[in-house]
Design a binder for this molecule. Structure first.
Ligand code: G3H
Ligand code: 13P
Ligand code: ZN
Length: 342
């Protein structure tokens, strides 16, 4: 089947009351790991590509790998999404290439670090909605600011001080016409999210409940949602790594989010940890090894296991065959007739 609009995929998830993992990719092995996990669990899936991933892979390489993925796994609905688009131009180039969904992250300026004004965020996000919806492509916006900075998609701020304001969220969705809203609830990207198991003092799940009450038909997105399981940290450290003690977002909290309107859950770090642990193990067990296949294969397998576990936990497993994908032209028509902005 062709790549699917993220809007359709999330509308279906909403009907079914489940969430959909959005997994980041940079190379062939990661795409294969996700597609195999989707096949084994019969899951629809979102594959997402950051600006860094596009640069690393000369994006057309990655795009053609995605064409191979949909060709080889015709039973799996897949949306291809631009993660953290920093400008309308980044989103436009993704749409021109064939992405079915883009994130315009106007919570930050184009440098991906400096918090933007609300007016700027509304303006750039609406601009992207107009150009994307005309072509049937879905748009995710972000309101509030994520913490963390090392990956270039965070302001390095105290994440709790920049949580999404529920009233402003209503205004933002109304003014922009986005399909999905990323909310800031205290998470950040990367491995170092929390210094202890998070509770309500550092992870504001109640914001999601509040925002969902006011925006019951807007799909909510949780970024920075790796769980950073101790088992994965331990494998990396057992084989010479240096991951400091840390906590991520417990899967039960994500499931609470899913019961309250969260439909897209972004996971990258857990897969990075799984691959790195597997590669370190091969090198530790056999320092003479130098064929990349002998360490990339276990890395791919380790990532597949993480992705499968998340697909089952988020509830998307078993839903791959629930619906026929709509062509983007049909989505474009629907945006016009439903009088959605753009
Ligand atoms: O949003 C953050 C993702 O983990 C992607 O990170 O920019 O290092 O590819 P990246
Ligand atoms: P993690 O770093 O928690 O995996 O988050 C990834 C993310 O939010 C990508 O946009
Ligand atoms: Zn993110």
């Amino acid at each position: 089947m062709p790549m699917v609009s993220m809007r359709q995929l999330l509308d279906e998830a909403s009907k079914g009351g489940y969430g959909v993992g959005a997994f980041n990719v940079n190379n062939m092995e990661q795409i294969q790991a996700i597609m195999e996990a989707a096949r084994e669990t019969r899951s629809p899936v979102i594959i997402q590509v950051s600006r860094g991933a596009r640069k690393y892979s000369q994006d057309r390489f990655l795009f053609h790998l995605m064409l191979a993925a949909v060709e080889l796994y015709p039973e799996i609905p897949v949306a291809l999404h631009q993660d953290h688009g920093n400008s309308p131009e980044t989103c436009r180039s993704a749409i021109d290439m064939g992405f079915t969904s883009v994130m315009m992250d106007g919570s930050l300026l184009a440098d991906g670090k400096t918090p933007a004004t609300y007016e700027y965020n509304v303006q750039v996000t609406r601009e992207v909605v107009e150009l994307a919806h005309a072509r049937g492509v879905s748009v995710e916006g972000e309101l509030g600011v994520l913490g963390g900075i090392e990956d270039g998609h965070g302001a390095g701020v105290d994440a709790m001080a920049h949580l999404t304001d529920p009233d402003q969220a209503v205004d933002f969705v109304e003014k922009t016409g986005i399909d999905a809203l990323a909310v800031a609830i205290g998470t950040s990207h990367g491995a170092y999210k929390f210094t202890r198991k998070p509770d309500g003092a550092v992870l504001a799940m109640e914001r999601i409940v509040e925002i969902h009450k006011r925006l019951p038909s807007t799909h909510l997105v949780m970024h920075g949602s790796s769980s950073v399981p101790k088992e994965l940290q331990d494998i990396v450290n057992q084989y010479g790594g240096q991951i400091k003690p840390t906590w991520g977002v417990p899967v039960e909290e994500i499931q609470l989010g899913i019961r309250n309107g969260v439909r897209k859950i972004n996971v990258d770090t857990d897969n990075r940890l799984a691959m790195t642990g597997a590669i370190r193990k091969v090198f530790a067990d056999n320092p003479a090894e130098f064929d990349p296949r002998t360490y990339l294969k276990p890395a791919r397998d380790a990532m597949k296991e993480v992705v499968k576990a998340r697909m089952i936990a988020f509830g998307q497993a078993g839903h791959a065959a629930d619906y026929e994908p709509l062509p983007l032209e049909e989505m474009a028509k629907r945006y016009q007739t439903e009088a959605v902005v753009g």
